[in-house]
Design a binder for this molecule. Sequence first.
Ligand code: CA
Ligand code: CA
Length: 65
Amino acid sequence: MFDFQDHTDKLDLSAFGFKTAAQALSFFFEIGSTNDNKVGFEAHGTSIIILGLDLKDISASDLII
Ligand SMILES: [Ca+2]
Ligand SMILES: [Ca+2]
């Protein structure tokens, strides 16, 4: 569980070894509705629920890869 402020926080995914942001973005999935500030991420056996964002809010600028 991770509380995220869009435009302020960045998700550090550097441990996953993604080569591109697009690749990293493909591991995010919507939780609930598109407007309830919950989104998930799952890769390599790690799953995270991120609060404060929906799938549409996540872009390359939010990620550290
Ligand atoms: Ca959602
Ligand atoms: Ca964003």
